[in-house]
Write a protein of this length. Sequence first.
Lengths: 386, 386
Amino acid sequence: MSDMARSITERIARVVGSAPVALHEPQFEGNERSYLRECIDSTFVSSVGKFVDRFEADLATFTGARHAVAVANGTAALHVAFRLAGVVGGDEVLIPALTFVATANAVTYAGATPHFIDSDERTLGACPVALREYLDSVAEVHSGQCVNRKTGRVIRVLAPMHTFGHPVDIEGMLSIAHDFRLALVEDAAESLGSTVGARHTGTFGLMGTSSFNGNKTITTGGGGAIFTNDETLGKRAKHLTTTAKLPHRWEYTHDEVGYNYRMPNLNAALGCAQLERLPQMLAAKRRLYERYAEAFADVPGTRIVAEPTGCRSNYWLQTLVLDPAVEHERDAVLAATNDAGYMTRPAWTLMHRLIPYAGCPAMNLSVAESLGRRIINIPSSSFLGC
Amino acid sequence: MSDMARSITERIARVVGSAPVALHEPQFEGNERSYLRECIDSTFVSSVGKFVDRFEADLATFTGARHAVAVANGTAALHVAFRLAGVVGGDEVLIPALTFVATANAVTYAGATPHFIDSDERTLGACPVALREYLDSVAEVHSGQCVNRKTGRVIRVLAPMHTFGHPVDIEGMLSIAHDFRLALVEDAAESLGSTVGARHTGTFGLMGTSSFNGNKTITTGGGGAIFTNDETLGKRAKHLTTTAKLPHRWEYTHDEVGYNYRMPNLNAALGCAQLERLPQMLAAKRRLYERYAEAFADVPGTRIVAEPTGCRSNYWLQTLVLDPAVEHERDAVLAATNDAGYMTRPAWTLMHRLIPYAGCPAMNLSVAESLGRRIINIPSSSFLGC
C-alpha cells in the first residue's frame, strides 16, 4: 500500500470510526415507522393519499419553491422538466459531462441530444466562464432560439447540476441562459438543503428537480420532485406525471401522452418523516465535513471540497480531491479504503466516455476530465457527523 | 331514477352491503406492517434489498415464469418489454382499443405507433377471428417481418391485454403472432392469478407484464413486473431497468441508454406480504363474482362477465355488461350507483377516441365501441367476497 493510500485510510478511520462504513446510508430515527403504519391502516398506499399532498407542501415550504410535484424518481423529474421546458425531438440540451447518467438519459427520453459542458475546479459544477466563451464560438441566437452552428440544432435548455450538493455558480448560469435564450433547468438531485444566499438550489431556473433515492440526504425509497415558481408549469407537471388524465367523476380520458410518474403515498409517507429531520441531518453532515477538513488538513496533495463562497452546501457526498501531481494514486486509495471496509468511490465515468453518449457534441472538457481522475467520495452518512 | 338504475343499485347493495363502497381497495391483513418495519430497521428501503429479490422469486414461483423482474409500475414494464421485443422508432404495435392508456403510452415511449384492434364480446379482449381477417387484408410478411401495406411500417409486436383479469383467447393470439411474425407481449397488468388451462397469463408470449398499482388485486403502492421464460431477455430486462450499469466494485459505467425503473425495496416488502395472501384474495374475488352473478340473474338486459371456458379469471374488476338494447341506460346507472355511494365506472375512453391517439391506424372497432357503451365496473375489492 502506498503512503498516500495508508494515510487517507487512516484519516477516514479517525473521523468515522471502525469499519465497515458505507458510502451513504439513510437514517430512520423519526416518524418513519408510524407514518408507514398509518399509510397501511388507511389502505391509501398508492397514487392518491394525504402523504403525497403533505410531502409536496412540505417540500415547497422547505425549498421556497411555489410548486413542488412529487414523482417516482429524479430521472422522471428531469424527463418531465425537459419536456415542459420546451425540449422537442432533435434539440440539444447542455449538461455537465461530470454527472450521473440520469441527466443524459432524461435528455434522451425527451428526444434530444445531450451536449456536454466542462466543470469548474472549485464548485465541481459547470464553469460559466468557459461555457460562455464556448457558446460565443459555436452558438448563435436566431429569432429567440439558440442554434448550434456546427450541428444546426436548437440548443433549448441549460441544465447544470449541483455536484455532490455543492451549488453551481448559479448567477453565471442564469446570465448565460438569459443571453443565449436558453431555459434553465437545475438538476438539484443531490442538493436538497443547499442554498445560494438565502435561496434554495432548484428554485432559480424555470424548473428544478430533486431525487430521494436511497443514497440521498433524505430518501423515499425511490422518489423525486419537480420544483417551479410558475403556476402553469406546476399544474402541467402534475398533469403530465399522472397520465394526463382529465378530472371526471368516472370517465378515464387523457388529453396528451402522459407518464405514470407519480410518487406512491407509501413512499411519500417515508418522505414526510425524513423531511421533518432534515435540519438535524444537514447539521450533522456539516459537522462531518468539518471533521474531515480538519483530519485531512495535513495530508499533502489532498483537499476536502468546501461549499463555494456565499453558498451553503448540504454536503451530500463528502469529496476528497487529489492534486494532479498525485492523481496516479487514485486507484490505490480506492482499493485501500474499500479493502479496509471504508466504502469510497470515484466520480462517475464522464458522460462522453459512455458508449451511448460517445458521439454527442461537447466543449473542451479538460477540467471535467482532470476532476474525473482525482475525485474520491468518502463515507458521508449524516449519522457519522452526530 | 330509471327502473334499471334502481334495480342495479339495489342488486349491488344486496351483494356488498351498506355504502360507501369503493371500486377496488387493497386489503392488508398479513405481514405488510412487519415487513415494512423490517425494511426500515434494516435501512434497505431503496434500489437494493432482500425484498426485491424475494418478490421477484415469489412472483416467478407463483406465475411459473422463469424470470420475473420487479419494476416501478406496469407502464414501465410494458415500455421495457416493447423495447426488448425489438420495437424501434417508426414501428407499429397492435394493441386493443379497449385498454387503459398505459398500453398506448408505452408503445409511444418506445418510439412506435399504436395500431388499434377490436374486442371479443365474450372475453372483452382482442378478437382473434376479426384480427386475422384484418391482418390478411392489410399486412404482408416480407423477409420475416410483418409490414402494414397502408402505412409501409413494420408491425413488430402484438400486445393483447387480459381485460379486467379475464384471459384473452391466447391460443388465437399465439397463432396470429406465429403466422404474421409478430412478437407476442402480454399486457397482464390486470390478470395476476388468471390462468389459461394450467398456465398463468403473461407467460405465453415472448414477455408479459404485470401491475401492482393500488387498485390491483395485490399492490406494492406503485409497481409492476416483467415476465419472461427467456434467460437472455430476463437479464436484459434487469439491466435496462437498473440504468444499464455494469457491475464494478466502484466504477459507474453504463453501456446503453437504460431506465431508472427498479422497484424500491420498501414497495417490494409490501408486495411480498400481499403475495402471501393472494390465494385467499382470489378465492374471495371468485365468491364475489358468484354472488353478483346470482343477484343479477333476474335483471333483464344485464350480464355479469364470467371467465372464458377453459380459463380461470382473477375477477379483478367485476363487470356488468348491458345489452345493446338498454345501453342508453348506462349513464343513469353510473349516476344512480355513485350517488348511492357504490363506486362504479364505465370502460376507459377507447384509445382511438383520445386526442393523442386519434390519428393512429385501426381496424374496424365496432365491438370495442359497442362494449365501451355498455360496460360498467362494479365494486370489486376482495374483502367484499369474504
